[in-house]
Design a protein around this ligand. Structure first.
Ligand code: PAF
Length: 279
């Protein structure tokens, strides 16, 4: 695997691949790779001729109260994992390389302040800005995003269409630990008590899904789920919400495809998860 930190060098590599008519699959990450990331890499390998992974801890998607300096890092073991998966190129740029003299950002103008946007204002502007840059730098044919960060996947898919990026976004299913906790780089922050309690998120989503299928009102389900989590664990619910899974609009009679979303604080760690419901 080649590791490249400079934008002009990776553009040369990409042009070489394109001149040979090879398709590029791209997996953007912030490192500290777990099996969720590896599932994206494997999917990328299965449908692309060459795979490029980026590791860049993107400072502009962290809020003022979110500790960027404490975000977990593990470059050497990440490289080893990517090597084992036979990734072709790791793009590992510095902050300076990505953002020196930047005066531009990409922003979703009509996105309602719901779900994570409400708790993390500006977060998605940071995500969209870096993803747009990475798409321009790598020029992939396919880009792979996990469904755990569903709002991110939704906004990146919209941006790709709105800004006419010539690539296909491939959504990939959530990967879970044995006890069904969704895999996340942030799970490492949990104390052993919090870690043992955290699967309550998915179990509650399963219960909420059952209620929703039975016809219980979304507002009522959101209340029941919050109570369940807060009365049976140390978790504090940031949100439990049900939205149309295609548009992220409020639940309406016209839709059949929904998602139930949860964000729960365990101590200082905020975990997110979601589940699809077809009605
Ligand atoms: O999901 C992530 O790890 C990040 O938000 C992403 C897409 C790599 C952008 O920094």
């Amino acid at each position: 695997m080649k590791t490249i930190g400079k934008i002009n060098r990776i553009i040369k590599e990409r042009e070489l691949l394109k001149s040979r008519n090879l398709t590029i699959g791209f997996v953007p990450t912030m490192g500290y790779l777990h099996n969720g990331h590896i599932s994206l890499v494997r999917k990328a390998k299965s449908i692309s001729d060459r795979v490029i992974v980026s590791i860049f801890i993107n400072p502009i998607q962290f809020g003022k109260n979110e500790d960027l300096s404490k975000y977990p890092r593990s470059l050497e073991s990440d490289k080893k994992k990517l090597d084992e998966e036979k990734v072709d190129i790791l793009f590992y740029p510095s902050q300076n390389e990505m953002y020196k003299d930047r005066i531009t950002k990409v922003s979703a103008i009509k996105h309602r302040p719901i779900l994570c946007e409400k708790t993390r204002p500006d977060h998605f502007d940071g995500v969209l800005t870096v993803v747009a840059k990475l798409f321009n730098i790598i020029s992939p044919d396919f880009a792979f995003f996990g469904e755990k960060d569903f709002q991110q996947l939704f906004l990146v898919t919209k941006m790709t269409k709105d800004l006419n990026f010539n690539l296909k976004i491939i959504p990939c299913p959530i990967v879970r630990e044995k006890d069904k906790l969704a895999m996340s780089s942030r799970n490492v922050y949990l104390s052993s008590k919090e870690r043992s309690e955290a699967p309550i998120i998915y179990n509650t989503l399963l219960y909420a899904k059952k209620l929703f299928v039975e016809g219980v009102e979304p507002k009522k389900i959101e209340e029941i789920a919050k109570k369940l989590i807060e009365e049976n664990s140390s978790g504090k619910v940031d949100y439990i919400k049900i939205y149309d899974g295609k548009t992220l609009d409020e639940v309406s009679e016209n839709s059949r495809d929904y998602r139930i979303f949860a964000a729960v604080w365990f101590g200082k760690t905020r975990l997110i998860d979601n589940i699809r419901v077809i009605k």
